[in-house]
Design a protein around this ligand. Structure first.
Ligand code: ZN
Length: 348
């Protein structure tokens, strides 16, 4: 005859095993077997309980209570597991893989590209300074991209290594515009001064790609023509723009330079924000970064467009959008903007 101690030990064994066995049952059939093993007429619990007959009244009471507790727990777990197994079997029939009750991983939200944001921001500052916005084609002819802008025929910028030429149209050699300046020509040819606009857009140059260069990049052309605008106005507008864009006054440098379409020409540098003037990859260790080229419109350009340079004058500038974005966001390699790397883009 089993003693009370042995029966309790057998019950404790069942108690320690049933829950893990239920979790292992992945289908309703397996769960049915599990139920039979513990609760069936020939199951473990029944056989232990049937051996209780020989116990004394006091022992029977104690052992009976333990057995009933286990039985209720097994029954409750069966109901719970049955529901889980049914729902996973249902989802499997629908072709749903995985546990739909797990918390969602979240859907990443789309956002605008940092270069687009920069282009928008630059444009909105110039609009606040009284400029309107003009547009022009990205595929241009030699006349609008070079000749009308006073490029001599043998200018190095026209050579194959700088310009992407595309198929000719009639006797016109077509190319991908190397700057946004052709928009000036189109505006002067089709309208009457005064002009005061910006022309944001994509430009192309046959250049080797490195941390500061790309074969496609963005420019914002600035253009102002009337009968009194001078170099001091250009300087003021650019200083106001740079201060607004960076949110503070930064050391700015105007360096004499040369462009065929402006006279005098200047290059505008601002202290490198990536390294605060100490020197880094983005500024080629100079402490300054060249942000834009500018100047007073060359009299030849005005005459080419039918404007008398003795009456009309003005300035033009070309802003490198990538450089402004790199400075503002502390990015030291332009190539990062074009890689579509989500970890990079997600920071903006
Ligand atoms: Zn630097």
């Amino acid at each position: 005859m089993p003693e009370s101690k042995e029966i309790v030990a057998a019950l404790e064994k069942i108690k320690s095993e049933y829950a893990a066995a239920a979790k292992a049952a992945k289908s309703s059939a397996e769960l049915g077997d599990w139920k039979a093993k513990y609760l069936g007429k020939k199951g473990e619990l029944s056989s232990v309980m049937s051996s209780m007959g020989a116990l004394g009244a006091e022992d029977k009471k104690v052992v009976g209570r333990i057995a009933n507790e286990i039985k209720s727990a097994v029954e409750a777990l069966y109901e719970e597991q049955l529901e889980a197994v049914h729902s996973s079997e249902y989802l499997a029939r629908l072709g749903v893989v995985g546990d739909v009750t797990l918390p969602s991983v979240g859907v990443p939200r789309g956002r605008t590209h940092p270069l687009y944001d920069t282009l928008e921001e630059i444009s909105s500052i110039f609009i606040s300074l009284g400029f309107s916005v003009a547009d022009g084609p990205e595929i241009e002819d030699d006349y609008h991209n070079f000749a009308a802008l006073n490029f001599p025929d043998a200018h190095p910028a026209k050579e194959m290594q700088d310009t992407f030429y595309v198929s000719s149209v009639g006797d016109k050699e077509m190319l991908l515009r190397t700057h946004t300046s052709p928009v000036q020509i189109r505006a002067m040819k089709s309208g009457k001064p005064p002009f005061k606009f910006i022309a944001p857009g994509r430009v192309y140059r046959h250049e080797a790609i490195d941390a500061a260069h790309s074969y496609v990049f963005h420019q914002v052309e600035g253009f102002c023509v009337d009968n009194k605008t001078n170099l001091a106005d250009l300087k003021t507008v650019l200083e106001m723009f740079i201060e607004k864009y960076f949110g503070k006054r930064l050391p700015i440098r105007f360096r004499p330079s040369y462009f065929p379409f402006t006279e005098p020409s200047v290059e505008v540098d601002v202290e490198c924000l990536v390294c605060s003037g100490a020197g880094c990859k983005a500024c080629k260790n100079s402490g300054y970064i060249e942000l834009l080229g500018a100047g007073m419109i060359h009299p030849n350009v005005l005459s080419n467009c039918g404007l008398d340079p003795n009456i009309w004058q003005g300035y033009a500038f070309g802003i490198g959008v990538e450089r402004f974005a790199m400075q503002k966001y502390g990015v030291d390699d332009m190539r990062l903007f074009y890689k579509n790397e989500m970890r990079f883009l997600g920071q903006f």
